[in-house]
Design a protein around this ligand. Sequence first.
Ligand code: NI
Length: 392
Amino acid sequence: MDLPNDPQAAIARQAAALQPALVAIRRDLHAHPELAFTETRTAGVVAAALTRLGIPNVTGVGVTGVVGTIQGGAPGPTVAIRADMDALPIAEQTGLPFASTYAGLMHACGHDIHTTTLIGVAEVLQSLAPQLRGTVKLIFQPAEETAGGAAAMMAEGVLDGVDMAVGFHNHPDMPVGAFAYVRGASLASVDFFEITVHGKSGHAAYPHNTVDPVLAAATLVVQLQTIVSREVGPTRPAVVTVGAIQGGNAHNIIPDSVVLKGTVRTLHPQVRDQVEAAVRRLCAGIAEGMRVRVDVQYHRLCPPLVNNDGMVDRGIASIRAQMGEVVTEGEPSLGGEDFAMMTEAVPGLQIRIGSGAPGREDKLHNSDYQPDERCLAQGVQALSRIALDLLS
Ligand code: NI
């Protein structure tokens, strides 16, 4: 018999009992992946599951998002737990019996795992509702991959009245059963730019009669790399990547223009401002120095994901109390995700859930990604315990 003030065994047993049903839900979602803001079937599966559990829910939040609410037995703060639901435009190569049935689409980032995990958490926390002092808001978010979903849901007030936000991501580079946290900035700000270098076209044999945008663009690519190496402090991580160069189509013609596309990643808001200013300054300098005209379109997608220190401490304590010494400190990454917007608005914590299967070296966004499904019950245990402890 479980002691009423020790929920460890109850949560562990319930999560284990849920595992087969969660695997079935996950495989159904996996077979039917949907891109950003088109997650209507997925949202339907979520809403049906919440309704079956007696959890009031609202669909169509931020286009295709779903929000469920679990009211605790006593008043207290509101904890949001957020899962993302969208898939990627990748043609699946796993050969699994439950592989994607939609051509060219795949859950290659494990958001099917996330959605399913939060459904499991909903079931556990609903059964614990009388013990909760406060409210749990279950946020099923669309469009993480295009970084529009969090903003869309927040614009419709999804964080109104929320005091703390908890997020999570599966990590195939950690074995299933392992968890990790990062103090402070865990993921990077994500910005992208499109720079158009306008010159004056002409015959390649008479460059003096033209203004060459190819040489100016090539010079700019090199100069952009001096931002990280010569301007940003070496202890503050930043990345400037030019991922596309488009211009010209013949060996004997100097073209009119060249387009550069790239991304900027940083872990500090000040560095983010510094890099943007430097990109604009170098573009202006190239224009002046090489007689071209340079148009800069610079878009800020999402801020760094910053974990709240107090939430990190409480999250570690909860996972240890529930599952033992399974949680370690992870390294910040210059990847990004839009849960960062929620951690900017309220104290937040994102935990990393090991999903690596024995003998495999899986990577996210890979057409052969096969997470170890045992991470479902693992995540349910950890997240349920964290929410329970935050509302005790
Ligand atoms: Ni992801």
